[in-house]
Ligand binder design. Structure first.
Ligand SMILES: NC(=O)c1ccc[n+]([C@@H]2O[C@H](COP(=O)([O-])OP(=O)(O)OC[C@H]3O[C@@H](n4cnc5c(N)ncnc54)[C@H](O)[C@@H]3O)[C@@H](O)[C@H]2O)c1
Ligand SMILES: CC(C)[C@H](C(=O)O)[C@@H](O)C(=O)O
Ligand SMILES: [Mg+2]
Length: 357
């Protein structure tokens, strides 16, 4: 198969982990006889430094022209600590999502059995957890009008959802539930927010079209609690942009680390595949970031954008074998991990390639 992949590493550990994700794609291409071509483009702080724009037109054009995007992360401490900065790396990420129509963000919470001990949640509570989040990605408080009034002393961010936006993400979630354990949990805050009341109304209205799927509605505060108390009660979860952002960082602890969670952003055009984590300033440049979220994002890319299920499964099996062989990056290691089994970003990539064959 011939495909063109755009690699957009972005900032901080985005650069470090995406290099490993790309190597895995290259190995898969040679192993299975595919012809993947690659290009790179700037986004975030790196793009601001080079062009003044967090999402240069050239990057956007390259994204639209590619078959899939392997993405790293954006962000820099300079902006995090300067609330007055008008141009920010995250604007590039949000504009990309909007311009490409990436309204559905799939975040699988996949727990590898070997990592049962890596979480701070008890293994008997965790074992068998397998959740697929559908986070709405182009609406909500992220994209509504925002600003200041009263001489800057009052700030506002408007949360907005249209019926159409809720319906399209809900349908994707219902369809995914059909292929899994047939349970859908819709998470909102309908006891307080009008956007959530519309959300619940839409999900209730289309639910009869999926009679084989058992639907429940939970308020976001309760859902946050249930995720930790009993993660196995969830199969597919569908929720709004902001709730999905927060709940999936929380849910990363079910999988053991932020460094294990991949995501797929899909919708109207080119799919973008990225770890859920950020640029992680605290470990940038140390070479210790866990690259497996990027590697598992590459697997999602092959599966979802190219329909290469066997190739994707080969990557997941290699990750599984790496963990079975006792290897751990620092974030998923514990007191029982022998020193010679602790990997950095680069050696994790090397060990993984050995297991890809
Ligand atoms: N999609 C994105 O590009 C994205 C996502 C989240 C945050 N950000 C940006 O990243 C910057 C840092 O944000 P943050 O610190 O809140 O979140 P973060 O996800 O970057 O890091 C949170 C914590 O998880 C750890 N961590 C994250 N990924 C890891 C990995 N692969 N291996 C090992 N440990 C890992 C970090 O060291 C840190 O302690 C901010 O500028 C933020 O805006 C970007
Ligand atoms: C960096 C930020 C804008 C982004 C988000 O909130 O969507 C990030 O946290 C994510 O999860 O991709
Ligand atoms: Mg986030």
């Amino acid at each position: 198969m011939k495909k063109h992949i755009l690699v957009v590493p972005g900032d901080g550990i985005g650069q470090e982990v995406t290099a490993v994700g790309k190597k895995v794609l290259e190995r898969i291409a040679s192993k299975f006889g595919h012809e993947f071509t690659y290009d790179e483009a700037l986004i975030g702080h790196a793009a601001i430094e080079a062009t003044g724009n967090p999402l240069p037109e050239e990057t956007l054009a390259k994204m639209k022209a590619s078959d899939a995007v392997l993405f790293g992360a954006v962000g820099h401490p300079k902006y995090d600590n300067d609330p007055s900065a008008k141009v920010r790396p995250e604007q590039g990420l949000l504009k990309m999502r909007k311009e490409l129509g990436l309204y559905a963000n799939l975040r699988p919470i996949k727990l590898f059995d070997e990592l049962l001990g890596a979480s701070s949640i008890k293994p008997e509570i965790l074992k068998g957890s397998d959740i697929l989040f559908f986070r709405e990605l182009t609406g909500d408080i992220y994209f509504g009008e925002k600003g200041r009034k009263n001489d800057g002393d009052t700030a506002y961010d408007l949360a907005e959802y249209s019926r159409f936006e809720v319906e399209r993400i809900a349908r994707k979630a219902f369809e995914a539930a059909r292929t899994r354990r047939k349970k859908l949990c819709s998470v909102d805050k309908a006891n307080v927010l009008e956007t959530s009341r519309l959300w619940r109304e839409v999900v209730q209205k289309i639910a009869p079209e999926y009679p084989d799927v058992e639907v429940e509605h939970q308020f976001v505060d309760a859902a946050a609690m249930m995720l930790i108390k009993d993660p196995r009660r969830f199969d597919v979860v569908v929720t709004a942009n902001l709730f999905g952002d927060i709940l999936t960082d929380e849910a990363s602890q079910i999988a053991g680390s932020m460094g294990m969670l991949a995501s797929a952003s899909v919708g109207d055009s080119t799919g973008v595949y990225e770890p859920i984590h950020g640029s992680a300033h605290d470990i940038t440049g140390k070479g210790v970031a866990n690259p497996l979220a990027s590697v598992l994002s590459a697997a999602l890319l092959l599966d979802i954008s190219f329909g290469l299920k066997e190739e994707a499964d080969t990557i997941i099996a290699a990750v599984d074998q790496l963990l079975k062989d006792g290897f751990r990056t620092r974030d998923i290691a514990d007191a029982t991990t022998p020193a010679d089994k602790i990997l950095n970003t680069e050696t994790a990539g090397q060990e993984l390639l050995k297991r890809l064959g």
